[in-house]
Design a binder for this molecule. Structure first.
Ligand code: ZN
Ligand code: ZN
Length: 273
């Protein structure tokens, strides 16, 4: 249980509508209540990039995989609406939409169709490299220098922010997930001189950054993003919008939030430079 000095909320949760997640919306609500959270926001995946596998572009509805579409997404929205009525906790309906150039019209249609309360934007692919996929990163390591991978990644983050479709950038240095294994420690400083234009766009368009604790579950010693990036975000005037566990199973809800909340709630207000 968390102490109740701060009302904690987990703003990055994947119920089993996400093809890579386990556990129903009800299971996640129960887990969140057990952890003493005051609020959770579901953010199922909406990935439609044609370079991605069919599996990666799907949504699970009643146990069956269907391609993501504005219509199919309605099943998820209605399931969260039911939980909103039944749970004593604040339950919000959001999305983690995968951004790629050309997705804008579809995302716009999605957010016009449903009253989504939180829109996380995520860059999961850089060109034809899927940064969530180890095999893909391994191939990239042979073909693309680190500088180019990171430069192109932050170029996409900037474009995503400028689209005006999103509230928050998800896991802003997620390229390090599998990248660290192949590119080595240099990947941890690869953002230097490359992240700044994305930060400027975030300030201009009032798009926040999340503290995503999932990196710890993937064997990293720091969150997405690293403290170095958190500190430069702070200097650039980027706000921390939320903490998210990026839970893909109920046991992962609010993972490491005792520490994450200090970064999000304590560090920022006192360091208003
Ligand atoms: Zn993601
Ligand atoms: Zn996620």
């Amino acid at each position: 249980m968390f102490s109740d000095d701060v009302a904690l909320a987990d703003y990055h949760i994947h119920p089993d509508f996400s093809v890579d997640a386990e556990g129903s919306i009800e299971d996640f609500c129960l887990a969140a209540r057990e952890k003493g959270l005051s609020e959770i926001c579901f953010t199922t995946h909406y990935d439609t990039n044609p370079i991605d596998s069919e599996w990666g572009r799907s949504i699970r509805i009643d146990g069956e995989l269907k391609l993501n579409s504005v219509v199919n997404f309605g099943h998820y929205v209605r399931a969260v609406e039911t939980a909103q009525k039944e749970s004593p906790m604040v339950v919000k309906c959001g999305v983690e939409a995968g951004y790629y150039p050309g997705c804008e019209d579809e995302i716009e249609k999605l957010i016009e169709t449903y009253p989504l309360e939180y829109k996380l934007g995520a860059v999961h692919e850089v060109g034809d490299i899927c940064i969530c996929n180890e095999e893909s990163i391994k191939r990239a390591y042979g073909d693309i220098p680190l500088e180019k991978l990171v430069e192109d990644y932050f170029g996409l983050v900037k474009q995503m922010v400028e689209s005006g479709l999103f509230d928050t950038v998800a896991h802003i240095d997620m390229y390090k997930w599998h990248g660290l294994k192949y590119y080595g420690d240099e990947i941890l400083t690869g953002h230097r001189g490359r992240i700044e234009p994305a930060f400027e766009a975030m300030v201009k368009h009032d798009v926040g950054m999340e503290i995503n604790t999932a990196a710890l579950r993937k064997g990293h010693t720091e969150y997405y993003p690293t403290m170095e990036i958190v500190n430069s975000a702070r200097k650039a005037g980027v706000r921390i919008a939320s903490i998210g566990s990026d839970a893909h199973r109920p046991s992962e809800v609010a993972y490491d939030f005792e520490v994450a909340k200090m970064i999000a709630y304590d560090l920022f207000p006192y360091c208003n430079e």
